[in-house]
Design a binder for this molecule. Structure first.
Ligand SMILES: Nc1ncnc2c1ncn2[C@@H]1O[C@H](COP(=O)(O)OP(=O)(O)OP(=O)(O)O)[C@@H](O)[C@H]1O
Ligand SMILES: [Mg+2]
Length: 267
């Protein structure tokens, strides 16, 4: 079971980040749910080392809906992986709910991840021979919930994404959009503060993508902080804050002002 759950978590492969520096952040990041200060990330060593992040500063406020954009290789997934506690920075500081994450050991980071974070990936990363319900139950199994509680919470999560009637279908019996909904149900079943999504609509057509964005918008309205990487401006338009990465740095941050978006949320 451990191996299975680990595969789900590690399935990330790539990720990204976000924040809301548009709302003036305090110098020490104390007001932010997530704060990065001078975060660097190098891959490799010595002369062949590659610096993927060159000193990222970000603040993400609780309740924000953030889209992360930028050219391929600009460091979006690297940042997401750090924010998701899947990877650690080479330098700089990462504050999450007041924890200085780079000082935590692997087990402590895993606890933080399981308690507060949910992940959604481009490729859905569902277990193929397993029903939607069983896929959604995995994080609960991993944290030791009893069967009855697992069933109830997982059915509630499937209902939230509009798939409760499909609970006994395997991924092969579901469309891409439905598979991503199952993956979102799995990500929110533990009621995380933050939902991290790295190109969640990357494998979907535009109609299905919009449905996923509407679902993320609903979840955000329910109070969850959403950070999503996308290459598509149409999808980024659903977010309230758009962070543009370039060459391993935050290039600029935009605020979207559109109707119907909540001003506040409580993560
Ligand atoms: N494990 C790794 N080892 C070596 N280099 C890596 C590793 N992961 C990422 N990189 C490099 O770091 C840089 C940033 O990668 P990252 O995956 O963060 O980009 P991205 O902005 O998510 O791009 P894309 O839009 O293509 O997903 C790239 O040049 C990439 O090749
Ligand atoms: Mg990426």
């Amino acid at each position: 079971m451990v191996a299975v759950a680990a595969a789900v978590v590690v399935g990330a492969g790539a990720a990204a980040v976000a924040s809301n520096a548009a709302a003036a952040a305090s110098p020490d990041g104390a007001d932010a749910l997530i704060a990065l200060r001078g975060v660097t990330k190098s891959y490799g060593e010595g002369g062949t080392a590659f610096q993927a992040l060159k000193g990222v500063d970000l603040d993400i406020l609780a309740g924000d809906f953030v889209a992360v954009m930028g050219p391929s290789g600009s460091g979006k997934s690297t940042t997401m992986n750090i924010l998701g506690c899947l990877d650690v920075p080479s330098g700089g500081t990462f504050l999450f709910r007041g924890y200085q994450v780079e000082t935590l050991n692997r087990d402590q980071r895993a606890l933080l991840r399981r308690r507060y974070l949910g992940f959604v990936f481009q490729g859905f990363n569902l277990l193929s021979r397993t029903t939607a319900l069983e896929n959604v139950e995995l994080p609960l199994l991993y944290r030791g919930d009893e069967k009855k509680a697992r069933r109830e919470l997982s059915m509630a999560a499937l209902e939230k994404v509009g798939l409760d009637r499909w609970w006994d279908h395997t991924p092969a019996e579901l469309s891409g959009g439905q598979q991503q909904r199952v993956a979102i149900a799995r990500a929110i079943v533990t009621q995380p503060d933050v939902l991290l999504a790295d190109e969640p609509t990357g494998n979907l057509d535009s109609e299905r993508s919009v449905e996923i964005m509407e679902l993320l918008t609903d979840l955000n309205r329910g109070g969850i902080t959403v950070l999503m990487v996308t290459h598509e401006p149409d999808m980024a338009a659903f977010a309230r804050t758009v962070i543009h990465f370039k060459d391993g740095l935050v290039e600029r941050i935009e605020r979207n002002h559109h109707q119907g978006q909540p001003v506040e949320g409580g993560a």
